[in-house]
Write a protein that binds this ligand. Sequence first.
Ligand code: VGL
Ligand code: ZN
Length: 197
Amino acid sequence: MTKALIVIDVQNDFCPGGALAVAGGDEIVGGINALMDDFDAVILTQDWHPAGHSSLASSHDGQEPMSVIEMPYGPQVLWPDHCIQGTRGSAFHSDLRVDGDLIIRKGYNPAIDSYSAFFENDHTTPTGLEGYLRTRGINNVTMVGLAFDFCVNYSAVDAAKLGFDVTVRQNLCRAIDFDGSLEAAKTGMADAGVVLS
Ligand code: VGL
Ligand code: ZN
């Protein structure tokens, strides 16, 4: 078994004081750092939106943050401006170890959001992570990070659908919990065969 730790979006904007702060988002950093040495590969993801990205409420006239609109690929929550490329908010938490093997950016396509580390929200356009893992012989992934009910959830379900053995360490995640998203995420991950530990 060759195993990777995938650290999802531990960035300033998802931590207290950030633009899309997840409660307790900074509490998981030390535990994630300590876990890294147990894996053959460590991969970090970075939410990385251009200004004017279609997932931002500010890009849509008359829309408030946290409203939901219909996009060609399905419903889309409109988020406050967050993780704009090159801003402080888009940087990793300053205590996070960034000596991993790969940083994969996502959400850079202006027209499509990308919660998952594997596919954009059209569930079709790949990020390349699958190929990276397969060519390194990795068949087992553990996921931690932010937010449990969005990017961790989408990434874990996609990884399971692709045939990887997937564990999500819940104590090293924090959730947004918007409109039932936390319970839906737990059910969806369990149904996909993700181990919630
Ligand atoms: C995320 C909402 C918008 C996440 C990213 O990392 O879970 N959530 N962009
Ligand atoms: Zn985002």
